[in-house]
Ligand binder design. Structure first.
Ligand code: MG
Length: 395
C-alpha cells in the first residue's frame, strides 16, 4: 500500500477546520485534523508543503512518517508544524484501522473503560444564572461541569472595547482584582445551592500572575474543585511550584502545549494533576498516547482539551486515545451543530455523562468533500485582552 494523494481541506461549517484526507493506491483513505484556531490556513500551507514528501510511502509506517514530518522542518515543534503532523498521523491511524477492520482504540490496546467521562461548560451573568446553568447540565446527565461567571474573567471582564477598524475583534477588558474577589464568592454560592457532591471545575484561562493564581487556588481550596484549569501562562513552567505549594486544589494545564517537552517539567515535579493535551496539537494519536504514558508514573491524569475548535475528527482521535489509557481523567466535551454534521457525519456521541466513539473501522468519522465545499473558509481571529488603562494584558 502506498500514499497516492493528500487533500488538504479547510472548511467552515460554523467555524474553521483544517482537515486532511490521505488517499492510497488501494482505494482506502484516512482523515485527520490539524485545526489551529485562528491559524487554520497556516497549517494548511504546512500540510501542502509536507505532503510532497509523503507521496509513495507506506501509510502503515506511522512512527517513521511521524519522525519524517517532525525532522523535515529542521526548526522543530511550534504549533503550526505540530498541528500538521497531528492531521497526517490521525489519517494514518484511520487507514490502519480500516485495513484491520477495527476501531482505532482496538489498535491502541483496547478499551480500559466503557466510555469517557466528559465535562460541559456552564456559565451565567450572575451567580444565580450559573447555578441554573449547572442544573441544566446535571439534568442532561453531566457528572463534571465547568463553571464561569460571565465567561473568562467574570466581573473583571465586563466590557469589550470596539475594534480599531471594522472586521476584526475588539479587545476585552480584564482586571484581576474583581475576578479574584468574585470567583471564591461564586463557588461559595454554588456549593450552598448545589451541595458538595457535584464535580465542578473552573478555567482561569492563563490570565493571572503566579502569585495571583496561588492566592486563588488557596481561596478555592475549601470548595473541593475537580480542578483549577490554566492558572498561569504556559511559558513559565517553574511558576507552577508557587501555585502548587499554596494549596491542595487540583491543577490542570496544557491545552496550549504542543509537545512532550512542554509537559515534562510539570510531570516530573508533580506540579499538576491533569494534563490537557490532545492529539490535534501535539502530533496526533502517536504522540498523545506517549505523553499520557509519560504522565502515568507521576500520577497525572488526562483532561483533554475539547472546545469547539477541536473538530469532529480531532474529537474522535481524542476519544479513541482516552478510552485506552489507564490514567484517563476527564474529557472536555462539545456538541456540534447541524452544519458540522452535514460535513463530518455522525462522529463520537454523548450519553449520560460519557462520550463514545462510533463502533466502525478506523476513527469512525469521515468528511463529505462536497458538503465541506459549501462552507468555505471565513477569516477569523482570536480575542485579545487589554487592561482598563489600555495596556495589552500580558499573562
Ligand atoms: Mg483552558
Amino acid at each position: 500500500m502506498k500514499i497516492s494523494n493528500i487533500k488538504v481541506i479547510v472548511t467552515c461549517p460554523g467555524r474553521n477546520f483544517t482537515v486532511v484526507k490521505v488517499e492510497t493506491d488501494e482505494g482506502i483513505y484516512g482523515v485527520g485534523e490539524g485545526t489551529l484556531n485562528g491559524s487554520e490556513l497556516a497549517v494548511a500551507t504546512a500540510l501542502k508543503h509536507a505532503s510532497e514528501l509523503l507521496i509513495g510511502l507506506d501509510p502503515h509506517r506511522i512512527e517513521d512518517i511521524w519522525h519524517l514530518m517532525y525532522h523535515h522542518a529542521y526548526w522543530r515543534r511550534g504549533p503550526i508544524q505540530m498541528a500538521a503532523i497531528s492531521a497526517i498521523d490521525m489519517a494514518l491511524w484511520d487507514i490502519k484501522g480500516k485495513v484491520a477492520k477495527l476501531p482505532v482504540y482496538q489498535l491502541l490496546g483496547g478499551k480500559a473503560r466503557e466510555g469517557c467521562l466528559v465535562y460541559g461548560h456552564a456559565s451565567g451573568g450572575t451567580h444565580e444564572q450559573v447555578v441554573d446553568s449547572v442544573r441544566g447540565f446535571q439534568h442532561r446527565g453531566y457528572k463534571v461541569i465547568r463553571v464561569q461567571h460571565g465567561g473568562y474573567g467574570g466581573p473583571g471582564a465586563a466590557r469589550t472595547l470596539p475594534p480599531h477598524r471594522p472586521g476584526i475583534p475588539g479587545f476585552k477588558i480584564f482586571e484581576p482584582v474583581p475576578y479574584l474577589l468574585d470567583t471564591p464568592r461564586m463557588f461559595a454560592h454554588l456549593r450552598a445551592e448545589l451541595g458538595d457532591e457535584v464535580e465542578l471545575c473552573h478555567d482561569v484561562h492563563e490570565q493571572l500572575t503566579p502569585q495571583q493564581a496561588a492566592d486563588l487556588a488557596r481561596n478555592l481550596q475549601d470548595f473541593r474543585l475537580f480542578f483549577l484549569e490554566d492558572p498561569v501562562r504556559p511559558d513559565h513552567k517553574d511558576s507552577f511550584k508557587l501555585v502548587r505549594e499554596a494549596s491542595t486544589t487540583p491543577l490542570a494545564m496544557g491545552e496550549l502545549f504542543v509537545s512532550r517537552w512542554d509537559c515534562l517539567p510539570l510531570f516530573v515535579n508533580q506540579w499538576i494533576d491533569y494534563i490537557r493535551i490532545k492529539p490535534q496539537h501535539v502530533g496526533g494519536i502517536t504522540e498523545a498516547k506517549k505523553i499520557f504514558t509519560l504522565a502515568e508514573p507521576y500520577q497525572v491524569k488526562s483532561a483533554s482539551h475539547g472546545a469547539r475548535d477541536i473538530g469532529p475528527i480531532g474529537q474522535a482521535a481524542s476519544i479513541h486515545v482516552n478510552l485506552t489509557i489507564p490514567n484517563f481523567g476527564v474529557q472536555e466535551w462539545s456538541d456540534f451543530g447541524q452544519q458540522e454534521k452535514e460535513v463530518f457525519g455522525d462522529g463520537c456521541f454523548y450519553h449520560d455523562g460519557y462520550a463514545f466513539p462510533q463502533e466502525k473501522p478506523g476513527l469512525g468519522i469521515d468528511i463529505n468533500e462536497a458538503a465541506a465545499a459549501r462552507f468555505p473558509y471565513r477569516k477569523a481571529y482570536m480575542p485579545l485582552v487589554r487592561r482598563e488603562d489600555g495596556t495589552m494584558h500580558v499573562y
